[in-house]
Design a protein. Structure first.
Length: 490
């Protein structure tokens, strides 16, 4: 049976109109002000002949106007495609065509991309925020309710081969993601969630959603700057932030021996297995890091390490959020034993119903409500999840499984290495062998690094070659793109 919920922003503006909803570069809006701005913007978008259940796309940076526009599209029950700012115009055009987008909303800084997209899709309706702002508002009825089954957002996963897949995220998915997180972390009336991750990524959008559902302030940043975020944390202006390992490493480097304000209560760390040296450094400085595991298909986190287990289960992503389920499937398709590595399978009301127009992928990835993540991990004897790596990144060398994240963790513990990535490369004798790509802080030789690894890793896991590079390829959320590492070889 269809379930319906009150329009989140309208309800929040009614319940707590004077609470701060969002702060951006010194400017803030209360929930009542945010609702009024969103309604006005919705009316202007409607004047462009956009109607309920149409599909719009946004190519927008982190900004107050982006925050308002996302909420405005929800007021109209318009599906929103969130476009990655780093993609090329042909890549963006493919997603726009695949999703059947009626309107692309962008901003002046992306005019060159807009022009090239328009040359590929000449019939696409494209408007900048400035053009929408100057439009005459249309008379339109703002929705009173959300159906939990309605698609709210579409985000494309990059994948490793073939075209990206559009993940359908319903209002129900976002609702249960927020509820599951609140049951784990709790909600406090003084919470301010720092958002320096992109709003076009699920880690950023989930913060926007939680803000309105919880009645919580979101501190929005145009981009991640470690010094700025550290300053706000030391001043007590933030209580929760979301980061990935690369962001956290930069914050630690900037923080030195200083400490955060006592009001800071939670750093959610996602984006893949965290290197042990980073976790140990956080423990030494009393930084409350909670590892999480999630993805676009689960509308953000689905597994999180509870606060009381954060010290005794260092390295674990935790247990499933309350509404969710988790199991490990072995190579035979059966349920793995404790400590046995296999594919991570998840289930819950925050998990997508499927991919847009990809019945082949839906048949492969979904079975009886369970979603096959493509990630490799294991459960310990107490049921805590340890994520090893992406199945697509797994290196099989002479029949042995090698997880790049394990080698990267060792490399990052070397005092001369600032960043590291590992990729399996073809070898005529072993099938694949690990190659390391490192960014160094000070002079060190390849042999020094290999000897360092030999003292800490089994011989078959030691990188057979070390490439020194100026930087590693990362996506907009600072996740390492291992598939692009071979391109760095000259």
């Amino acid at each position: 049976m269809e379930q319906r919920l009150p329009n989140w922003l309208k309800q929040r503006a009614y319940l707590t109109p004077n609470r701060k909803a969002v702060i951006f570069q010194g400017k803030s809006l209360t929930f009542e002000e945010l609702y009024n701005e969103a309604v006005l913007t919705a009316k202007k978008i409607s004047s462009l002949s956009i109607r309920e259940e149409d599909t719009a796309a946004i190519l927008l940076s982190n900004h107050m106007d982006t925050f308002i526009t996302i909420h405005a599209l929800q007021q109209l029950n318009v599906r929103t495609v969130f476009l990655n700012l780093r993609l090329t115009p042909p890549e963006l055009a493919w997603q726009l065509k695949d999703a059947g987008v009626n309107l692309l909303i962008t901003e002046t800084q992306f005019m060159s991309k807009k022009d090239e997209i328009h040359s590929i899709l000449p019939n696409l309706h494209v408007k900048t925020l400035e053009e929408i702002s100057s439009s005459n508002p249309d008379e339109v009825s703002i929705r009173d309710e959300f159906s939990t089954q309605d698609v709210c957002s579409i985000m494309y996963t990059s994948g490793t081969t073939g075209n990206p897949k559009g993940v359908l995220q319903s209002y129900g998915n976002h609702w249960w993601s927020a509820i599951g997180s609140s049951l784990n972390l709790g909600i406090r009336d003084n919470d301010v969630w720092g958002c320096a991750v992109p709003l076009f990524h699920i880690s950023g959008l989930s913060i926007l959603m939680r803000g309105v559902i919880y009645g919580m302030t979101v501190m929005l940043y145009p981009q991640f700057e470690p010094n700025e975020m550290n300053t706000h944390l030391k001043q007590g202006r933030l209580t929760i932030i979301s980061v990935v390992s690369a962001m956290l490493q930069r914050m630690l480097n900037d923080l030195n021996e200083e400490r955060y304000h006592p009001s800071f209560r939670c750093m959610l760390l996602g984006g893949g297995p965290a290197p042990l040296p980073i976790l140990q450094a956080c423990m030494d400085q009393n930084i409350p890091v909670f590892q999480t595991y999630g993805m676009t298909e689960t509308s953000s986190q689905i597994v999180t390490l509870a606060p009381e287990d954060s010290l005794r289960k260092v390295g674990s992503a935790g247990k499933p959020l309350f509404p969710c389920q988790l199991k490990i499937e072995n190579s035979d398709g059966g349920q793995a034993l404790p400590m046995e590595a296999g594919e991570i399978i998840v289930k819950g009301p925050n998990v997508t119903s499927g991919y847009l127009k990809r019945e082949d992928a839906n048949r492969t990835s979904f079975t009886d409500g369970w979603f096959k993540t493509g990630d490799i991990g294991y459960l310990d004897e107490e049921g805590f999840l340890f994520v090893l790596d992406r199945r697509s990144d797994l290196i099989i060398s002479g029949g042995e499984n090698i997880y790049p994240a394990e080698i990267e963790s060792v490399l990052l513990s070397h005092p001369s290495i600032a960043d590291a990535g590992v990729k399996g490369m073809h070898d005529p004798d072993w099938g694949e062998v690990p190659f390391a790509f490192v960014v160094i802080k000070e002079a060190v030789t390849e042999m020094d690094i290999i000897r360092f690894c030999m003292d800490r890793l089994a011989k078959y896991k030691v990188p057979k070659k070390v490439h020194f590079v100026s930087e590693l390829p990362r996506n907009a959320s600072n996740k390492l793109l291992r598939r692009e590492l071979p391109l760095l070889i000259e």
